[in-house]
Design a protein around this ligand. Sequence first.
Ligand SMILES: [Ca+2]
Ligand SMILES: [Ca+2]
Ligand SMILES: [Ca+2]
Length: 535
Amino acid sequence: MYRRHHSAVILAMALLLAGCDTTPTEYDSARQGSLIGSTKTVLVGFEQTPGAAQLALIATFGGQVTHRYKYVPVVAATIPASVQAELAAAPGVAYVSENETLYPLGSRQVTDWGVQKIEAAAAWSAGFKGQGIKVGIFDSGIDIDHPDLVVAGGLSLVDNDPSLDDCNGHGTHVAGIVAARNNGHSTVGVSPNAQLYAMRLADCAWAGGTVAKMMQLLEWAIDNGMDVVNMSFGFGLAGLVPTPTLIPPNEAATAAFNAAYQAGIVLIAASGNSAGTGNFPYVGYPASHPNVIAVGATDDADNLSSFSQFGTDQELAAPGVANLSSYLVGQGLNTSLFVRTDNDREIDAIPMEFSSQTSKKGINVSAIYTNLGTPVDYAVQDCTGRISVTLRGGPTFAQKAEWARDAGCAALIIHNNQPGTFNGTLGAAQDPQGRPWLPVAGITLADGLYLKDQIESRPTTAGFFIVPGNLAVFSGTSMASPHAAGVAALILSKNPAATPDQVRQKLRDSADDLGTPGWDPLFGYGRVNARRAVQ
Ligand SMILES: [Ca+2]
Ligand SMILES: [Ca+2]
Ligand SMILES: [Ca+2]
């Protein structure tokens, strides 16, 4: 992949230097040929080094030479599309090659469903990208080598390790949701121009964090002008006792939160992931603190996730199921999907949580369309060694993946049944029979329908890669909280003088109300909305 990537870049540079049109456009061969009288750039190969006679020949076809290559008997020329076949058959012409659009492999930027769901791009279009806003990530650090993250500063309180670098991955994932750069590769965060501060209180095992360290980080946050602090963690007995009234208040932490809030810092925390264990509902600590904004996790259908804690302290909800974001370089994943039989057209694909990886060479096999991907669908066509392309809906992703494996498929691609990207989770590290999952990824509805059309119109070969990279899919209120922190940064980039109370009110007022009308214990004031937050 790397070799192809590099050669593609070199080729792109060569064409750029040659003055050819290398503007990247969505590949559409039908469009190019459909306009009568349209011109196109082609590469005309001659049987011998082209001279005046050959250049004249191009001119007689109404073409214009844009470059003569030095080392091969080829010219790049713009010609009327209608004369291409005739030119190819002309004396001395060996071939006329298409000037195909180049795609660097696996380097496209994917916008996670959560960032789409909260309409962050609309806020960026309005000019608010978190610029000038300092966001402190209280976590395991941030991968300082990650190509999508810029660490502006921070503080490590990990014993004997002053580095801001992350060796766990949790902090890097959280940071990516807040502010992965909008640079054309990897992912993009909610407030891509915000300044990230790695405030490290947990080690490589996400251990060693204490209230004392958290308080010291709050002190540093005040001294260093942090605008927003994200705390995707819990502590104390929260989640372990039957009613919230039994949580012993941590008076020292309470004092520290109050001081930070009064100093002008917006404090945001995850509501906790222990719902469904029978002891709830209520929100964990520190999210439940009156000056800390509690954020529960929703899925892409705006349902509260089964794990998300909720209760009287729930303040906001935000995407927190199967979110794609930054991860430790080389220890995460990179996913690519190519349609080999359509000029290697690339489709954005997001690995499902717990999916297996492919080999580094990927899976390059024929693809079949399998409707909902049930045993009935596999009974009528052979999936052995093939890639199954199936529709979201009906049975769970895990059930579909298990059936695909039973049918002998090499991999499973699930396309959305509604507009937009989506991610899914297979729910557990192994399937119910104790086997590793197939490589499984999700794609959009539009891309799924395109693939279906390809498969139904001709034999289709796909190339599918889930290989070591810089991204990972995680679920948790840990992922919901940074979505809200990112929106807070957007609000502050519009109005830098806003107080925490004002930012908080704006977060509440601009949220999309879910569930019962008005505030409710499941969603608080609703799911955050970046577009409305900066209106
Ligand atoms: Ca990016
Ligand atoms: Ca609270
Ligand atoms: Ca509501």
